[in-house]
Design a protein around this ligand. Structure first.
Ligand code: GLU
Length: 304
């Protein structure tokens, strides 16, 4: 096994001495309050070992990383019927892009961009008895940690500034690809994005995707096939219009969020989570992208 601790220590220390040219997202005002200096790397492997360096125990806003959890829950609930309402192709566009949706008649390109995640949120609102509660319980189950919660202030901050998400939801509604009221679906969506987790909790929650659907606590949270399909979607669609670049530089399935988190995984081996709030111009963590590029190069462990 590579000396993971040494490798992540070196990457963390080296990046800390370089200039971070990214910018902390502030289009959701609450996110802009985060300290841009925080930086953590956490790795857990399928043999039960874990390694960490930096600010791995500070909870942060997972934002779009939550789209993997909502997709997993909706896919587990309703199986392949899901793909009638959302496609599985990369979009090559920013996460909140609107015109593709108009051109493609209300069928989002994939579940990891906002339009697709809003359709998935609609499925969960239709299928769950207590949507927000049931969803947070699902995430807690994946992570094996009952302390994970929504941040109501972040959800509210996003609601009052979420003009593009309202536009997307209304467009979906006009194409009859939204069954529930726009306000109800977006309330769920803003809450899922507001979930706060640490690097450690995220790595634990993604364990099932590296481990054929078997969670941290040893139960089969997802089927093997669901884990395989979701990993494929992460690889091709997990980084907005930088998915090709992430495959090229890092070579792992993964998902980023505008809170500065990135989770990536090598099936059968490990999950690695990085968190550094300043984002590059495509909305992905500037240090996170570099840390992961260096990590898979150093450990020779991309899927390619
Ligand atoms: N809640 C954010 C939004 O919808 C998520 C963006 C992201 O992390 O990509 O704008």
């Amino acid at each position: 096994m590579p000396n993971y601790q040494q490798i992540i220590n070196d990457i963390h220390a080296n990046l800390k001495t370089t200039k971070n040219t990214g910018e902390v997202a502030d289009y959701i005002p609450e996110l802009g309050k985060v300290d841009g200096e925080l930086f953590g790397i956490y790795l857990n492997n399928v043999h039960g070992n874990n390694f960490e360096v930096g600010d791995t125990q500070v909870p942060f806003s997972i934002q779009s990383i939550s789209k993997v959890f909502s997709l997993a829950m909706a896919f587990a609930n309703q199986g392949n019927a899901l793909w009638e309402r959302v496609d599985v192709e990369p979009s090559g566009n920013p996460f909140n892009f609107l015109s593709l949706l108009e051109r493609e008649k209300g069928i989002p390109r994939n579940p990891l961009i906002n339009s697709g995640a809003i359709v998935i949120a609609d499925c969960l609102v239709s299928n769950l008895k207590n949507p927000k509660e049931d969803f947070i319980q699902f995430v807690r189950g994946l992570a094996g940690d009952d302390s994970i919660s929504f941040n109501e202030q972040v959800a509210e901050s996003e609601r009052i500034t979420g003009f593009r998400n309202y536009a997307i939801a209304n467009l979906l509604k006009s194409f009859e690809n939204l069954a529930n009221p726009v306000e109800e679906v977006l309330d769920f969506y803003f809450h899922q994005c507001s979930i706060e987790m640490t690097c450690e909790q995220l790595s634990n929650a993604f364990f099932a995707f590296a481990n054929h659907g078997v969670c941290m606590r040893g139960n089969q949270c997802l089927t093997q096939k669901q884990a395989k399909r979701i990993n494929a979607i992460m690889l091709t669609c997990g980084f907005y219009d930088e998915a090709g670049e992430f495959a090229f530089e890092v070579g792992l399935p993964g998902k980023s969020g505008v809170g500065g988190g990135i989770v990536a995984l090598l099936p059968n081996h490990y999950v690695i989570t990085t968190w550094s709030p300043p984002l590059n111009e495509k909305g992905n963590s500037y240090f996170g992208m570099q840390a992961l590029e260096q990590f898979t190069t150093e450990t020779k462990s991309s899927i390619f």
